[in-house]
Ligand binder design. Structure first.
Ligand code: G4P
Length: 536
């Protein structure tokens, strides 16, 4: 096989996706079950210990272990039916960080996981908008069907109305009021029976199927549920959206799967369909046109930088999403931003707490490399004979702000160094007040937990105790042009004007009301809720 043919084959068998959900919807459980069916783990429970030691395998930092939550995100890889699946782990707890958004830049599709009893929740909505912005396909898994759930028609309406996307249920639940019996598979026109696993579905189960004209059906489901199913299916067929793969690919229509990750029900049928419908790596935009994933020259970009992967070694790891070509250990690449050749000597793959050295990888794969301080988020890495840039990674607006100073004025140097390094990793955003010194910095974060992480890391890594005084702002908007920005602030006590790290003006708002007012009386200014990369 020629090298081009090999690249084509490898790229086409890759499916790289992220799961987006609100905390507690079951993301850890679903991830674990996908790994179970993919043969990457033998018994569920390996990814996250239950209650007693409730922290995910992707926890590295001590603070995460203390809090029992995952602040970092990583990638997990397994093979399934000839496909190579990369699941990008997006932290699912309440205090998610900008990393969660950025991880979506590395995904080719997303699985939106929804708790059937709760419907579309706040964080799902935020993450959905990032997926929508990228136009990537979104697959929906409605979870926890083994318990009482909202009416499925209501759920679908909620998804379509709140998210502005069409939908197509691939299967349809039977009994959603705590009397779950299984699903009707619309494509195969068969019933898949629910078999309640009492052990949290630790092991793989086979799906029990029944044709719709089976005489046992009424006996198994009961006359009422049978009649309800027939009525529902008829309604869906008449009034529902039609399945349209082109719309799925464009992120305009989401295929919906009902299931129960905890009991394993619906996980395998989902995975089987997902690998067929989800896209393989596609071409990506650069400042010199589109870059095909099948090109033999290597390219990729840094989407995440993680410090303290191994607390014993204070190391920084840059995560690279490969976009084209074949990656081989020791490859030399051009870091276009600094115009330097860098050898990717010890490329690693992360699975749980284990790392393994990667010998080769292709578009769609994620590799982690040691960062001696040469990488920034968004850096393009390409063949040493090329020089182009992938579209920048957008900067998302922080939602929490604080004024940060060092307690000990003698440690000002370490203070600034620590803040600068943590900001480089993208964990915090630093804002300055125009014409005011840098003794006190305005720090913005997407998730409030990042403040705790900042305090902890400043003390443990840089030996600096900080004062952190929360500021009452909750919205940030980049604004152009600058002179109008000053007018907008006017005498309002609810708005402040600061500058981001690229000296771009940013307005901070205390409440929705003052934000809306600024939008209405904008005096010709443009407000951006995602930092426009072309302004850098
Ligand atoms: P997250 O990563 O999205 O935050 O969610 P996670 O998987 O940790 O699941 C949150 C809770 O929901 C867990 O219960 C989990 O067992 C439960 N869960 C996940 N999928 C299902 C499902 O299909 N059906 C039902 N009934 N529950 C589900 P927990 O009580 O917090 O922990 P545990 O004791 O079960 O570990």
């Amino acid at each position: 096989m020629s090298s081009n043919e090999q690249i084509l084959k490898e790229v086409n068998r890759r499916k790289t996706f992220a799961i987006i959900s609100h905390p507690d919807a079951g993301k850890t459980t679903l991830t674990e079950k996908l790994l179970l069916y993919g043969g990457a783990i033998r018994l569920a429970g390996a990814v996250k210990g239950r209650k007693a030691a409730k922290h995910a395998v992707s926890d590295w930092m001590e603070i995460e272990k203390q809090r029992g939550i995952s602040v970092t995100s990583s990638a997990m890889q397994f093979d399934y039916q000839g496909y190579r699946i990369n699941i990008l782990d997006t932290p699912g707890h309440q205090d998610f960080s900008e990393d969660t958004y950025r991880t979506l830049m590395a995904a080719d599709s997303a699985v939106m996981l929804i708790d059937g009893a709760k419907g579309v929740e706040e964080q799902t909505l935020k993450l959905f908008h990032v997926c929508k912005m990228r136009g990537i396909p979104i697959f929906t898994f409605i979870n926890k069907l083994d318990r009482y759930c909202k009416n499925p028609f209501e759920l679908i309406e909620e998804i379509e109305k709140t998210l502005g996307i069409q939908s197509y249920p691939m299967n349809w639940p039977i009994g959603t009021e705590g009397n779950f019996k299984g699903v009707y598979n619309r494509e195969l026109k068969q019933i898949e029976l629910f078999n309640n696993q009492q052990d949290h579905g630790q092991a793989v189960i086979a799906t029990t199927t029944l044709s719709v004209d089976n005489e046992q059906l009424v006996e198994l489901l009961g006359a009422d549920l049978c009649a309800q199913l027939c009525e529902d299916i008829e309604l869906l067929n008449i009034a529902g959206d039609r399945f349209d793969l082109e719309k799925v690919k464009a992120g305009e229509l989401t295929p919906i799967f009902f299931g129960s990750a905890m009991t394993n029900f619906g996980v395998e049928p989902f995975l089987e369909k997902f690998i067929l419908l989800a896209p393989s790596p596609a071409e990506r935009k650069t400042n010199q046109g589109m870059k095909s994933p099948h090109e033999d020259r290597f390219s990729g970009f840094v989407f995440k930088i993680q410090a303290n992967m191994d607390p014993a070694h204070r190391d920084r790891i840059a995560f690279i999403r490969i976009c084209s070509g074949k990656f081989e250990r020791g490859l030399e690449v051009n870091n276009v931003r600094i115009g330097k050749t860098i050898k990717l000597a010890q490329p690693q793959q992360f699975f749980a707490q284990e790392r393994s050295i990667i010998e080769e990888a292709y578009a769609g794969d994620i590799i982690g490399v040691y960062d001696p301080g040469v990488f920034n988020i968004g850096d393009t890495l390409c063949d040493i004979n090329e020089s182009f840039r992938f579209e920048g990674i957008p900067i998302f607006p922080p939602e929490h702000f604080a004024l940060v100073t060092t307690k000990d004025a003698m440690k000002r140097k370490q203070f600034l160094k620590g803040i600068a390094q943590i900001a480089e990793e993208g964990a915090i955003q630093v804002f300055k007040k125009p014409n005011i010194g840098i003794e006190a910095l305005t720090i913005g974060v997407v998730g409030v937990l990042q403040f705790e992480v900042l305090e902890y890391r400043m003390k443990n890594e840089y030996g600096v105790d900080i004062n952190l005084q929360r500021l009452p702002y909750c919205y940030a908007r980049w604004v152009m042009p600058e002179n109008v920005a000053k007018d907008l602030v006017g005498y309002s006590g609810s708005i402040d004007l600061v500058e981001d790290q690229y000296n771009r003006p940013v307005l901070l708002f205390k409440d929705q009301w003052s934000l809306n007012r600024a939008i209405d009386n904008n005096k010709g200014a443009k407000l951006y809720d995602v930092a426009p990369t072309n302004l850098i």
